[in-house]
Design a protein around this ligand. Structure first.
Ligand SMILES: [Fe+2]
Length: 180
């Protein structure tokens, strides 16, 4: 399982802290242990059920968000770093973990991806935090998981959480109007 997660997420290597990299990797392993989905499913299922016939896969979207978040954090540090400190490991770990709870939110029935009963009751920001806390992920990163989606609009987001939230939404909202 460890090798499969590392292959799924080459971006884990960007996390400088060995301890944090281990916690994030372990969270994905734990999610796969509990998920009705297989690792292979992640390269085929749509990244959202909110867009009918969504043409982009779960992993394409997830990895894109991590890349956007890192590049955004780099640009913000380059131009505004003196005034706005950004913890890069926190951004990367938060972006990698933001949707880990979707492994408990979705299921595949007869080749169709659906929301599971658990997902109906507990959206992925909640299950994602539960998985991450179980694996020792620091609160500053659990905060990003908790606040990355609409639920987070009620939360005072950290700088790192704003970056992941916007990276996620800029790679999601255009699909809602695609083809209209
Ligand atoms: Fe999400």
């Amino acid at each position: 399982m460890r090798d499969a997660v590392l292959k799924l997420w080459p971006e884990l290597a960007w996390i400088q802290s060995v301890e944090l990299r281990e916690q994030v990797t372990r969270t994905w392993e734990r999610a796969l242990e509990l998920s009705p989905l297989t690792l292979e499913d992640l390269n085929h299922i749509p990244f959202t059920l909110l867009v009918p016939n969504c043409p982009t896969t779960f992993m394409e979207h997830k990895r894109c968000v991590v890349h956007i978040a890192r590049k955004a954090a780099e640009s913000m540090t380059e131009f505004m770093g003196r005034a706005l400190p950004i913890e890069m490991d926190t951004v990367i770990a938060g972006a990698i973990l933001a949707d880990v709870g979707k492994l408990l939110e979705y299921e595949k029935v007869d080749g169709q991806t659906n929301e599971s009963k658990r997902g109906e009751l507990l959206r992925h920001p909640f299950t994602g935090v539960a998985l991450a806390m179980e694996c020792g992920v620091p609160d500053s990163i659990c905060h990003i998981i908790a606040s990355h989606a609409a639920e987070g609009d009620l939360v005072k987001r950290t700088t790192e959480a704003y970056i992941v939230h916007h990276a996620d939404f800029m790679a999601f909202l255009p699909f809602k109007t695609l083809g209209r």
